[in-house]
Design a protein around this ligand. Structure first.
Ligand SMILES: [Zn+2]
Length: 55
């Protein structure tokens, strides 16, 4: 088991892995990081493609 946890930014939807929850999103720098209670890579890929369809 990797000792990393998944997080995502509620502002920009950026997803990333860290050992500990950062205060700020590494992508947009906003204080909006949430723990990602997930799920496999397949779901992540599906989400990404759904976000893509939105625009
Ligand atoms: Zn962000």
């Amino acid at each position: 088991m990797p000792d990393k946890s998944k997080f995502w930014c509620a502002s920009c939807k950026y997803k990333f892995e860290r050992k500990f929850k950062p205060n700020l999103c590494p992508y947009c720098g906003k204080n909006n990081v949430e723990a990602d209670k997930s799920r496999g890579a397949e779901d992540l890929l599906r989400e990404v493609s759904e976000i893509g369809k939105d625009s």
